[in-house]
Ligand binder design. Structure first.
Ligand SMILES: [Fe+2]
Length: 243
């Protein structure tokens, strides 16, 4: 499995709090069948954040080296989860914001109460600037919970829709879980990722998720969500529609 959304970098955001915790997260992911993780720390899409890029790269290098030193069979990829706000588009147009690996995939998140119109305009503009948006956890946004099938528009435009493991499993409450289920049943999800933040809760272990998928979805669909599409994404390839 490939996990494209994980706060595994130490001491950068509200994710891993130490290099030791990051290594514990790496081992945990591997134990559950993960081969690759994209490190996607929170990164506000504003000019003031740019000075943090050198620290991000430093942490990424430290963790990659530690994973190799410890002999953990895990490939780390660089990335960031960009919180989209007013400045974001200008910075994206200037190629100043990190994407996933060396691809044009742009992991975009929004404030939970963001207006649909802002999200829609931002995603269109990112495409016009040459990126392929990956919408992080659409099921967690109020506007999407209100009308999950509005995602058909984004799906048709080729944006990648990434659900969270915790949403599917009910960790964020019944409304989020119901929304995730509606999106899955409509065949609108491309990928499920851990969005892990620690080694103790919201972890990168995928065992519970794969069990849930085995009980609730057909095997091909489940494989596309946690294996095929995330692997295609880190190679910069287009998505296989889930259904
Ligand atoms: Fe996240």
């Amino acid at each position: 499995m490939v996990d494209i959304h994980c706060h595994i970098l130490h001491r950068f955001d509200d994710g891993s709090s130490s290099l030791e915790e990051s290594l514990a997260m790496a081992r945990m992911a591997v134990d559950s069948g993960v081969t690759d993780i994209v490190a996607t720390p929170h990164f506000p899409g504003q000019r003031a954040s740019l000075r943090r890029i050198s620290r991000l790269l430093e942490r990424y290098k430290e963790l990659s080296q530690a994973i190799a030193r410890e002999g953990i069979p895990l490939q780390l990829h660089h990335g960031a989860e960009i919180l989209c706000m007013a400045d974001t588009l200008e910075l994206a147009e200037q190629n100043m914001l990190p994407t996933i690996g060396d691809t044009s995939y742009f992991l975009a998140e929004f404030y939970f109460d963001e207006h649909y119109s802002f999200m829609d305009e931002m995603l269109r503009a990112l495409v016009a600037a040459g990126y392929t948006p990956v919408v992080a956890h659409p099921e967690r946004y109020d506007a999407i919970q209100h009308d999950p099938l509005v995602l058909e528009r984004w799906f048709r435009r080729g944006y990648v829709l990434q659900l969270n493991k915790g949403s599917v499993l009910g960790a964020f409450g019944s409304r989020v879980q119901r929304t995730a289920r509606t999106i899955l049943d409509a065949g609108l999800a491309h990928i499920i990722a851990s969005d892990a933040h620690s080694a103790s809760h919201r972890t990168p272990h995928m065992g519970q998720l794969t069990q849930w998928l085995a009980h609730h979805l057909d095997a091909d669909y489940a494989r596309i969500l946690v294996e095929d599409n995330p692997a295609r994404l880190i190679r910069g390839e287009s998505m296989t529609p889930a259904q």
